[in-house]
Structure formats: structure tokens, C-alpha cells
Design a protein around this ligand. Structure first.
Ligand code: ADP
Ligand code: MG
Length: 316
């Protein structure tokens, strides 16, 4: 195999080509979480995992172990929310830098335990290693689907509305360390209306909506530039990056808001009376023509590349 640089998604595709299967794995690689069939054919079990690296997803010396503990569980809960499922158990595997293992372990638990408590998640296992390398934390979370879920990325249909649950962009300024996993929101949404597709925004709206379009049979979407809720952090970051706040809102990773695709009537209903405490924004529409387009009020519609944050090619 050549070692020429390839993107994260291409690498996952290569792995996926060699993936083995089992009849009780209903859904494997490719969504926010996998789905396992429990004995008795009850609601599926949802499983997701995410690994966080010092120097990439956090800076231990700057942010501290407590923030790392919080983030490493929160990003997994976000993937459970992206299936509209209820979290059950967390498994935490850690490679500790040898000489600080005890204090880091304390810090990780200070960040993780209150979040686990808040969402009723049991810490049910993990693995512990120490080495001369940097801190690595890998968390796996299981959950239970909530009927009529789980909600996949693959159910979008032409004419559906695209909504997001909060302002986007600029999470790099610090928000990426303490995302609020949108579990409560996902459960309120699935109870309220049929959800056709759901994803959490970990790689940026353009990229994550791109996954929905691809997995829904090669559809497209038109996004209304003026409807995208832009986080104040995206404005601040734009001053230093030379890119526009809108570009940050479309392409920055780690917003951890939800992007949902619903029938237009559902969108009307949700926007007219959102579930308590929820801020929903209708940002676009699913079309039959593949690709992502950005519609401006007083300028021509432009096409947008479906790429967001890629850990393998980005130096940010
Ligand atoms: P998310 O951003 O929702 O966490 P990712 O982009 O990390 O999703 O992963 C996309 C899909 O690829 C998921 O289904 C994930 O489980 C799978 N995946 C990622 N890396 C690997 C790997 N090394 N082996 C098998 N599956 C993987
Ligand atoms: Mg996800």
C-alpha cells in the first residue's frame, strides 16, 4: 500500500472494504454508530467509539485532564444522540503518560463522572496503559434505540427540509472542549415528529450533511446562506483566519449540534413551536441534483465543496 497522503474518509473506505460481517450486526461502518440486534429481536443496541489524542483533539498542558475527560465522553454521547438513542454504558481506555498517570486519571474522572451522571450512563469498563507517549483516550458508548428510531444518515428525501439545533463555526476558540451532547434534544425530536435523517456536526455542516446526501442515494442540497446560524466565535475566528464567518460555519469541525432532515410539514411544525428550550434553524432543502449549493439573497447560487475538517489532511 502506498503511503501517499489520503483523507480520513478514503482511509475508512479502505478499511470498510475488508470489514467482516455478522448477521446480528444490522448496521456496520458508515453511520454515527453501529447497530446490533439483541436477542429477542428487540430495539437495536447502538455502539459508537471515538479516540482523542493530545496535540490533536486537545492540549493536555493547556486544557487540563478534566476538560479531556468531559470531551472524550461528550463526543461519544453526541454520536448516540445522532442516532436518536438513549445512552447506557461507557467504556474508557486510556494510554497515560507514565509519570502523570494518577493525577491525569483523577482529572479525567472529574470531567467524565458528572457528565455520565447527568445522562444516566454507567462507566462499565475500559483499559489502562502507561507509556512514554502523550495522553490518548478512547471511549466507547453503547445505547438503546428509541422507537421509531434509530435514525440513520440514509433516510433523506427530495423536498425535505434541513435543520440544525444551534449556531455553527469557530469551535476551535474553545467551545470544542465542552460540547453539550444533544441527547435531550434528539429524544424530544424523535418523540415529536418523524425524523428522516440525523447526524451530529463533528466535521462541519458541509461535510456531515454531505454524508447524509451520499448515503441517501446520491442526493443534493441547497443551503440558504442567510439562514445559517453563525456562532459569534466564527466571527472572531474570521478576523484572524482571513476566511468568512460563513465559511467557518460551513466547514469548521466540532460544533456537535445536530443536523436533521424532515418533511417540510414537520419543519413548519417544529419551527412554529419548537420543543422546550430548543433553538432550531431551517438552513436548506434536499434536492435531486447531487452536490451542495449555497443560495445567497442578492447573488448567484454557488456550489460548495463537501469537505469539512479532516484529521488526516488538516494541520489546524
Ligand atoms: P463520527 O464523526 O460520527 O464519529 P467518523 O467519521 O469518525 O464518524 O467515522 C465514520 C464511520 O467510520 C463510523 O461508522 C465509524 O465507526 C467508522 N470507522 C472509523 N474509523 C474506523 C476504523 N478504523 N475501523 C472501522 N470503522 C471505522
Ligand atoms: Mg457523528
Amino acid at each position: 500500500m502506498s503511503d501517499a497522503p489520503i483523507g480520513e474518509f478514503e482511509l475508512i473506505r479502505r478499511i470498510q472494504q475488508r470489514a467482516t460481517s455478522h448477521p446480528n450486526v444490522i448496521l456496520g461502518i458508515g453511520d454515527d454508530a453501529a447497530l446490533l440486534r439483541p436477542p429477542g429481536n428487540d430495539v437495536p443496541i447502538v455502539v459508537t467509539t471515538d479516540m482523542l489524542l493530545d496535540g490533536r483533539h486537545f492540549l493536555l498542558a493547556e486544557h487540563g485532564a478534566e476538560a479531556v475527560g468531559y470531551k472524550s465522553l461528550a463526543v461519544n454521547l453526541s454520536d448516540i444522540a445522532a442516532m436518536a438513542a438513549r445512552p447506557v454504558a461507557a467504556f474508557v481506555s486510556v494510554a497515560f503518560p507514565r509519570h502523570q498517570a494518577a493525577s491525569i486519571a483523577d482529572g479525567l474522572m472529574r470531567g467524565m463522572a458528572p457528565l455520565a451522571d447527568r445522562f444516566g450512563v454507567a462507566l462499565a469498563g475500559g483499559d489502562t496503559n502507561a507509556w512514554d507517549g502523550p495522553l490518548v483516550v478512547c471511549v466507547t458508548v453503547t445505547g438503546e434505540a428509541v422507537p421509531p428510531g434509530p435514525i440513520l444518515r440514509s433516510g433523506a428525501r427530495v423536498g425535505n427540509a434541513v435543520l440544525v439545533t444551534g449556531p455553527l463555526g469557530g469551535s476551535l476558540l474553545g467551545r470544542h472542549l465542552h460540547p453539550e451532547p444533544r441527547i435531550v434534544e434528539a429524544l424530544a425530536l424523535i418523540e415529536r415528529t418523524p425524523l428522516h435523517a440525523l447526524v451530529d456536526l463533528s466535521d462541519g455542516l458541509a461535510s456531515d450533511l454531505g454524508h447524509i446526501l451520499e448515503q441517501s442515494g446520491g442526493l443534493g442540497a441547497t443551503i440558504d446562506a442567510d439562514a445559517i446560524p453563525i456562532h459569534p466565535d466564527a466571527q472572531t475566528l474570521a478576523h484572524r483566519s482571513g476566511r468568512s464567518p460563513l465559511e467557518h460555519a460551513l466547514a469548521d469541525g466540532e460544533d456537535f449540534e445536530l443536523c436533521l432532515v424532515v418533511a417540510p410539514e414537520s419543519a413548519d411544525d417544529l419551527l412554529a413551536s419548537p420543543p422546550p428550550g430548543m433553538r432550531l434553524h431551517r438552513v436548506g432543502t434536499i434536492d435531486s441534483e447531487p452536490g451542495l449549493r449555497l443560495r445567497h439573497l442578492n447573488a448567484p447560487t454557488e456550489s460548495v465543496s463537501i469537505k469539512g475538517f479532516d484529521h488526516l489532511v488538516s494541520d489546524e
